[in-house]
Design a protein around this ligand. Structure first.
Ligand code: PMP
Length: 284
C-alpha cells in the first residue's frame, strides 16, 4: 500500500512519524473515515466540515484546504486501486521536541497521515443477519462530539462485547443510550417512529446520521431526536446503527432481548438501500 505522510506518498513500510508526535503520546489528534464506492468518495464535504470543527474545538493549527485534501484522497484511492473501502485521515497537533503536557509552540507543524483500506462495504454479512448488541456504561470523556483518536474505551467495549458473543457495544450514560462504540444508535417504535439521540457533546455528530435522517424525511417517516433507554430499545419494533463505513446496519438483539422477529427490520433495510443509492449517485 501507498500511504500519505506530511506531503509525501510512500510505501507503508517506509512511512514514519516522530515518537514525540502528540497523537502517539497524548491522543492529541483528530480523524475522519470516508467510504469509497466505485472508486469515489461518499459525502466528502460532510467529513471535511466536521474535520474543521474538530480541529477548531481543539485549537489544532491546521488550515483545511478541501480541494487539496480531496486531491490527496483521490490520489491514494487511485494509487491503491481502491474500488470499495475507506480512506482514513488523521491530523495531530504535531511532534514537539519532547514529551510535555503543554502544547508546543504554534509553529510546530501538524502531522497529516492518510491511508486506504480496501474492503467490501455494500455486501455485508453483518447487515444481512443483523447485529447483536450488549450495553456498557459510557465512560468516555464528555466531548464525544469531537472526533479524536482517543478510542481506547470504545475499543475495550467492542472487545468485551465480542467476548460475550455479541457484535458491538451500545453505551449508556445516566440511564440513556448515547451511541455505539463507533456508530450512532436508533430504534423504531411500534408506531413506526425512528428515535435517535439529539445532537450534543455526548455523541459524535455522524455524517451518516445526517444523511439517513434526510432519507427518512424524504420517505415521510416520523423522526424523534431524543434519548432512549435500553429497556425501550428492547421492546422496539426495530433497531439499527449508522456509520460511514457500515452505512445503515440492522440490530436484532440488545442485552439478550430479541428485537422484532429477530431478523433485520424493513425500515432499517429500506433506509440502508436508499442511503446507499442516494450517496453512491452523489459520490465524488
Ligand atoms: N459515533 C461514534 C462514536 C463513531 O466513532 C462514529 C464513526 N466514526 C459514528 C458515531 C458515526 O459517524 P459517521 O456516520 O460520521 O461515520
Amino acid at each position: 500500500r501507498t500511504v500519505y505522510v506530511n506531503g509525501q506518498y510512500v510505501p507503508e513500510n517506509e512511512a514514519s512519524v516522530s515518537i514525540f508526535d502528540r497523537a502517539f503520546l497524548f491522543a492529541d489528534a483528530v480523524y475522519e473515515v470516508t467510504s469509497v464506492l466505485d472508486g469515489k468518495l461518499i459525502d466528502f464535504h460532510g467529513h471535511i466540515t466536521r474535520l474543521e470543527r474538530s480541529l477548531s474545538e481543539l485549537g489544532i493549527n491546521f488550515k483545511v484546504d478541501a480541494d487539496a485534501l480531496l486531491a490527496i484522497h483521490r490520489e491514494l484511492v487511485s494509487k491503491n486501486n481502491v474500488t470499495e473501502g475507506l480512506v482514513y485521515l488523521q491530523i495531530s497537533r504535531g511532534a514537539a521536541s519532547d514529551r510535555d503536557f503543554m502544547f508546543p509552540a504554534a509553529d510546530v507543524a501538524p502531522t497529516v497521515v492518510l491511508f486506504t483500506q480496501s474492503k467490501s462495504l455494500i455486501k455485508s454479512a453483518l447487515a444481512e443477519r443483523g447485529q447483536k448488541i450488549v450495553s456498557f456504561a459510557d465512560l468516555r470523556w464528555r466531548r464525544c462530539d469531537i472526533k479524536t483518536v482517543q478510542l481506547l474505551y470504545p475499543s475495550i467495549v467492542k472487545n468485551e462485547a465480542a467476548k460475550k458473543g455479541a457484535d458491538d457495544a451500545w453505551l449508556v450514560l445516566d440511564g440513556k443510550v448515547t451511541e455505539g462504540s463507533s456508530n450512532n444508535s436508533y430504534i423504531v417504535t411500534r408506531d413506526g417512529t425512528i428515535v435517535t439521540r439529539e445532537l450534543s457533546h455526548d455523541i459524535l455528530h455522524g455524517i451518516t446520521r445526517k444523511a439517513v435522517l434526510k432519507c427518512a424525511a424524504e420517505l415521510d417517516l416520523k423522526v424523534e431526536e431524543r434519548a432512549f433507554t435500553i429497556a425501550e430499545a428492547q421492546t422496539a419494533q426495530e433497531a439499527f446503527t449508522t456509520s460511514a463505513s457500515a452505512f445503515v446496519c440492522p440490530v436484532v438483539e440488545i442485552d439478550g432481548a430479541v428485537i422484532g422477529d429477530g431478523t433485520p427490520g424493513p425500515i432499517a433495510k429500506r433506509l440502508r438501500e436508499i442511503y446507499i443509492d442516494a450517496n453512491r449517485a452523489a459520490a465524488i
